[in-house]
Design a protein around this ligand. Structure first.
Ligand SMILES: C[S@@+](CC[C@H](N)C(=O)[O-])C[C@H]1O[C@@H](n2cnc3c(N)ncnc32)[C@H](O)[C@@H]1O
Length: 470
């Protein structure tokens, strides 16, 4: 090796860290700070499943049962407000769906949307739909660090939502080799691909009886549960929605997802063992490495267990998204597609991704009626955060195609507000307004379009014809 290369190598020696102490996890908050709302609007970090209306509905029922149990035990006064802390709230879309559902179930609750990243807190504080809920006292926005928590409100009962949070908090890696020897996995993340090294170590509790393999241990999630229990007096319910882990052999390195930040599947079995006996774990009937809702509670009430059996253990949200994938198959019949869309709890994002079929296939009158009802109920549940996929436009085109012109106009206007003056949106809006007999507004729309694109042939032709009165 020549001297220059040797010097360069010596200046940057390879350093291995236990995974939980590596820059990968220690810099998580900084990464989210840098990304801000782009993390979600640009599709860098997934968000659809953990903020969907169906999950809000399931969680509202579980929280209502928890509130009943706390009231019966005297831990929550009849007029006392329950505090629901969304830890690492991201877009805030969960609060948008959850707060009204809790109110509809008669649960007096304030959903506190929290994050460590001030860029996210700014975006949450300026989101207009959340501002409206805040005016009604249903939501608020505050800084909160999962690992150094503080009490946010007085009161004897608290719910914490951990949606795609435990995967973001630090994990450690342990391995048992085929000969029974045990190791901790250390990482050098300064090189590409990351380098792993395994050093002798004893296994933490919970892994002792496992056969040979390599495991990610959610030490950050375990530390958060412990810190939350020490910080909040009274009964606690934690609802954790996250991906699980797939088995890895004793020669495999652990799987970590990279999307601007890093995330690791959560081993809920070992988390439950690390958290016991202070926390009771309620898990899905069929464990999943893709996605599942889990509950941890310090309450011994059977009311919560009953609610979990009804709405928690079936992993409804995963089933919904499996059916969503299946509905993408062009052989799915329209009635089956409509049945599916009606079961999403008015999810405009899922509807917008599947509504092309409602335009491309001839519908019976009854099917068209169902489709318009769906569009009308889902449209107000669209949460605005400038995602690249233009949900209002997709819904508007479908409403337009089905002859629901007033709904189409409202949705085109929404799309213009959210995604800017796109020529296709302006043209379609002009057509819908013209079909409603509002020629003046239709012409104004084309004028705006032509300011953006003076030679737009269709707009020039339509404007001339409409102004001539033909
Ligand atoms: C993967 S995103 C999940 C966002 C949202 N819960 C969802 O399901 O779409 C992780 C979020 O946790 C936040 N976060 C990271 N470390 C945190 C910590 N120590 N305490 C609180 N929030 C944290 C990030 O800023 C980010 O908003």
């Amino acid at each position: 090796m020549d001297r220059a290369r040797l010097a360069a190598v010596c200046q940057t020696p390879t350093v291995f860290h236990p995974l939980h102490q590596s820059p990968l996890f220690l810099a998580q908050a900084d990464r989210y700070e840098e990304l801000g709302p782009r993390a979600w609007s640009e599709g860098i970090v997934p968000w659809r499943v953990t903020t969907c209306p169906l999950l809000a509905d399931v969680e509202a029922h579980l929280i209502a049962a928890f509130a009943r149990a706390c009231t019966a035990a005297g831990a929550l006064g009849r007029d006392e407000q329950l505090t629901v802390i969304d830890v690492g709230a991201g877009t805030g879309r969960m609060g948008f769906h959850l707060a009204p559902r809790l109110a509809a179930l008669g649960v007096r609750a304030e959903v506190v949307l929290t994050d460590v990243a001030s860029s996210n807190l700014e975006a949450l504080g300026s989101q207009p739909q959340l501002a409206e809920l805040a005016r009604g006292g249903l939501v608020s926005v505050e800084h909160f660090d999962a690992l150094t928590p503080r009490r946010l409100r007085p009161g004897g009962a608290t719910v914490l939502l951990a949606h795609y949070l435990f995967d973001t908090l630090p994990h450690r890696v342990f391995r048992r080799a085929a000969d029974g020897a045990t190791f901790e996995g250390l990482i050098d993340d300064a090189v590409e691909p990351w380098a792993w090294r395994y050093e002798p170590a004893s296994l933490p509790p919970g892994l002792g009886s496992r056969p040979p393999g390599t495991w990610l241990i959610p030490v950050g999630a375990a530390a958060a549960l412990e810190a939350w229990r020490r910080t909040f007096p009274g009964a606690l319910l934690v609802l954790a929605a996250d991906k699980g882990v797939s088995p890895r052999g004793p020669h495999d390195d652990p799987l970590l997802a990279r999307h601007g930040s890093v995330s690791a599947g959560v081993d809920f079995d070992v988390l439950a063992q690390l958290a016991a006996p202070a926390w009771r774990h309620l898990g899905p009937r069929d464990p999943s490495d893709v996605f599942a809702l889990h509950a941890f509670t310090t309450s011994g009430s059977t009311t919560i267990d009953d609610a979990w059996r009804d709405r928690g253990s079936g992993n409804e949200v995963l089933r919904l998204h499996e059916r969503f994938e299946a509905c993408g198959d062009p052989t799915t019949g329209i009635d089956a597609l409509l049945d599916f869309l009606e079961s999403t709890g008015n999810d405009p994002d899922l509807l917008a991704q599947r509504c092309d079929r409602l335009r491309e296939t001839p519908l019976t009158e009854a099917q068209a009626h169902r489709a318009v009802q769906l569009l009308a109920s889902a449209a107000p549940r669209h949460f605005v955060f400038r995602q690249h996929f233009d949900v209002p436009f997709n819904l508007a085109v479908t409403a337009h195609h089905l002859g629901a012109l007033r709904l189409a106009v409202a949705l085109y206007l929404r799309s213009l507000e959210e995604s800017g003056a796109h020529p296709a949106t302006l043209l379609n809006l002009a057509l819908a307004q013209h079909a409603l007999g509002d020629v003046e507004r239709a012409c104004e729309c084309l004028d705006v379009l032509l300011e953006h694109e003076p030679a737009h042939p269709r707009a020039v032709e339509l404007l001339a014809s409409w102004r001539r009165g033909s």
